[in-house]
Design a protein around this ligand. Structure first.
Ligand code: HEC
Length: 109
């Protein structure tokens, strides 16, 4: 094989490795729940608008956490009519990102 083909294959492999590194980062706990919270959930949850559970307020969160994280994630995805819009307004968020934001809010400060 010529030098040019070898270089092209090398570039292609490098590209695939870069993609693999990216998706690996997303699954290994580098999702920043606080950032998602500050960007999307903050507006309602910080002040407890319409009874939104406040971050770090364990009296607010304890009965909700008792339902289990999976259900909270489900509710977040669907939204709560009329109090909370679907995905908590973060329409592009992955399940992981929503869960990270929920964990950030429901953990004592
Ligand atoms: C427009 C306001 C608003 C935004 C934005 C918002 N929420 Fe909420 N959220 C609420 C309100 C109000 C409640 C309480 C509703 C109730 O219990 O009746 C709530 C409740 C919740 C609950 C508890 C659900 C349950 O079953 O008890 C979770 C979890 C939650 N929000 C996650 C999020 C996340 C994560 C975000 C950001 C990605 C977010 N919310 C953004 C208003 C909002």
């Amino acid at each position: 094989m010529g030098v040019k083909a070898a270089v092209e294959i090398g570039v292609a492999i490098g590209f695939v490795l870069t993609l693999a590194a990216c998706s690996d980062g997303a699954t290994s706990g580098t999702v920043d729940g606080e950032r998602i919270f500050n960007q999307f959930c903050f507006s309602c949850h910080m002040a407890g608008i319409s009874g939104a559970p406040k971050p770090g307020d364990m009296a607010d969160w304890a009965p909700r956490l008792a339902k289990g994280e999976a259900l909270l994630l489900d509710v977040t995805r669907t939204g709560i009519v009329p109090a909370m819009p679907p995905m908590g307004m973060c329409l592009q968020c992955s399940d992981e990102e929503l869960l990270a934001a929920i964990r950030f809010m429901s953990t004592p400060p």
